[in-house]
Design a protein around this ligand. Structure first.
Ligand SMILES: [Zn+2]
Length: 420
């Protein structure tokens, strides 16, 4: 019986995950290879191209095959991540910030107050602030932005909790997510619905964070300033073991200088971590501009957008980054079979695929040195089974795999496929 040997590989220091496992059984045991097919019960209803590859790879098991892999810290192999986040859902975010982001192809997270959206005004102390509508929220979501919750009516949940009104605080957390789900079309929301929360006034307690975990994947706080970002409020981006319900952010203020923001972004980028920026108002001098708290000038906002180097950061909403991060932490790549014609492997994270459906970026090297010609995914006939991939140096290949347990065939000898 042939066997597959494995060798751990190291890259990007501690961020590496080595994930090739030895599989001694064979596929027919059904282990680790759920076949999802058509309703008609025909043979799995799999895509012909994938089936062909699978059969080929089962045919001639390799005597010995060395396979290395690494799941990359951030999607697409980007060195660092960045999230643009907005609190309160004021009108200027929709009128001013959104078009500027759209122009650059950036998507962000808009944390909205759900209870005031129909009235259109939030009385912030003495200042009335106009809010964007549910229709606008739908438009933001349709453009790929995340609509997160900032509570129903901007109450201080920590104060509520401490004054014995715990139920009201819990209600704010639960009701606001429910509001978004009921007011936005399902197709506009990501798998999992409303994924993240941002604490009003950047205030929470460990107890509240525990309660929030029943409704969300994570919660963002703030109060980070230039010298405190890495430690204030216990938040990201240092390390991975920290509290997901107290993720820190850098609150961008009108007084901030762009060279400081530039230095901040660079330090996060060079440490390979996650920069969360928290905006409020953005002012372009027109009607509706500058509604939000401590509005920054539109030009300043644009400058920050251009500072975020498109090719360096993976720019994504908070919920996407949290899902990627969790999938990466949990995913296991397993070699099901190797042959002279390629490798059959599975990728599984053990998480609920109804929420965690983000592709993760994986580098793979097959020890035979034969170049990979084709990557195919186990899908139904109607779907495209070919997976795009990129050749790197030293025999490595980069591709995005969905960790839902389906099989992938990395074919090194497509001529054998055609000859069949
Ligand atoms: Zn707020």
């Amino acid at each position: 019986m042939g066997f597959l040997s494995l060798r751990p590989s190291r890259m990007y220091g501690t961020l590496l995950l080595c994930t090739v496992f030895l599989m001694s059984g064979c596929l027919h045991s059904g282990k680790g290879s759920p076949v999802r097919g058509d309703e008609d019960g025909s043979r799995g209803g799999e895509n012909d191209l994938f089936l062909e590859a699978k059969e080929l790879l089962l045919l001639n098991p390799a005597e010995e095959l060395l396979i290395s892999s690494r799941i990359l810290p951030w999607y697409g192999g980007k060195r660092a991540a960045c999230s643009l986040t907005f609190d309160d859902g004021t009108l200027d975010q929709y009128l001013v910030a959104f078009p500027l982001m759209k122009e650059k192809g950036y998507r962000g997270t808009f944390y909205i107050l759900t209870g005031l959206r129909d009235e259109g005004v939030w009385q912030d102390g003495k200042t009335p602030r106009r809010l964007f509508s549910w229709k606008a929220a739908g438009e933001l979501a349709a453009a790929g932005n995340e609509i997160g919750s900032h509570g129903v009516s901007h109450r201080d949940l920590r104060a509520l909790f401490r004054s014995g009104r715990k139920e009201e605080a819990v209600w704010e957390l639960e009701q606001s997510a429910g509001d978004i789900i009921s007011r936005l079309e399902e197709s506009l929301l990501p798998a999992g619905g409303v994924l993240t929360f941002s604490w009003p006034f950047w205030r929470s307690t460990p107890e509240l964070e525990g309660i929030a975990s029943e409704f969300y994947l994570g919660a963002r706080t703030g109060g980070g300033s230039m010298d405190r970002y890495f430690s204030a409020n216990g938040g990201f981006p240092v390390g991975y073991s920290q509290n997901l319900f107290n993720i820190n952010s850098y609150g961008v203020r009108s007084r901030d200088r762009s060279e400081d923001i530039s230095a901040f972004l660079w330090s996060v980028y060079s440490s390979g971590s996650w920069a969360l920026l928290n905006f409020h108002g953005v002012d372009d001098g027109r009607e509706g501009g500058g509604e939000g708290w401590d509005a920054i000038k539109a030009g300043q906002f644009e400058e920050i957008l251009s500072l975020i180097r498109r090719d360096g950061f993976w720019i994504a909403p908070v919920g996407e980054i949290l899902r990627y991060r969790e999938e990466r932490r949990r995913a296991v790549l397993r070699v099901e079979r190797g042959s002279a014609a390629g490798v059959l492997l599975s990728c599984e994270d053990g998480l609920n695929d109804g929420v965690y459906n983000m592709p993760i970026t994986v580098d793979i090297r097959i020890g035979t040195g034969s170049p990979v010609r084709e990557v195919l995914r186990e899908v139904s006939p109607a779907e495209e089974s070919k997976v795009p991939f990129m050749q790197l140096q030293d025999g490595w290949y980069r591709m995005n795999l969905i960790p839902d347990g389906r099989l992938y065939a990395l074919v090194t000898r497509p001529d054998k496929l055609a000859a069949k």
